[in-house]
Design a protein around this ligand. Structure first.
Ligand code: TYD
Length: 202
């Protein structure tokens, strides 16, 4: 296979991103790809501690944004970049698009501030491909309602998720070539078909 790819998975809570990610990662491994699957916030011992804080403590929106990028800084240096350099593909369950969507769109942190943090954290590294699981918010909320232990974000109102979704779509409109948008309200089979089509193009 050619150069190791950096692929990220994004979407609002309840979009089915984790199930899709598992399917996609298995499919890549079956094709012999040396693959590392990781997540944000988290992905390193320090990042996982920061994850506990940001998912459960209330804090100023900009503190939240900075902690997301602090976790990401460790993740990029300790995990993502070394893996790509040794030829291992990386799939990350969320990356900076989530900060633009949740802290930017959802909480109203100015995009210009997030762009500065992004530049600082990984100015020279962007995902090769981002799979955005897009879904009407009512459907995502319905899926989440089956989940007993919701974190701070998952307990937000529908209005918050509308803004998160719109911010994701605005990111796609800005640089469409980096994204594949999955219509995630479809059945599991149909979602897998969409993923298989993306895989075939890689
Ligand atoms: P998520 O990835 O959905 O994990 P799980 O499936 O275990 O719930 O949860 C992470 C949450 O963190 C999600 O609600 C989005 C939020 N988040 C941000 O707000 N900003 C970020 O930069 C990242 C990476 C995540």
């Amino acid at each position: 296979m050619s150069k190791a790819r950096f692929i990220t998975f994004e979407g609002v809570d309840g979009a089915g991103k984790s199930t899709g990610l598992e399917w996609f990662a298995n499919a890549l491994r079956e094709r012999g790809v040396d693959l590392l699957v990781t997540r944000e916030p988290g992905g390193t011992p320090l990042g996982e501690k920061l994850r506990e804080l940001v998912l459960h403590e209330s804090m100023h929106a900009e503190t939240e944004a900075m902690l997301m990028f602090a976790s990401r800084r460790e993740h990029v240096e300790q995990v993502i970049r070394p893996a790509l350099q040794r030829g291992t593909w990386v799939i990350s369950d969320r990356f900076s698009d989530a900060s633009f969507a949740y802290q930017g769109g959802g909480r109203g942190v100015p995009v210009a501030k997030l762009e500065q943090l992004e530049q600082w954290t990984h100015g020279d590294l962007q995902p090769d491909l981002t799979l955005l699981f897009d879904i009407p918010i009512e459907v995502a909320r319905e899926r989440l309602s089956n989940n007993a232990s919701l974190d701070k974000f998952e307990r937000e109102k529908g209005e918050f998720f509308d803004k998160v979704r719109q911010a994701y779509l605005a990111r796609v409109a800005r640089t469409p070539q980096r994204y594949a948008v999955i219509r995630a309200e479809k059945s599991l089979n149909e979602v897998q078909q969409q993923l298989a089509d993306i895989l075939a193009e890689l």
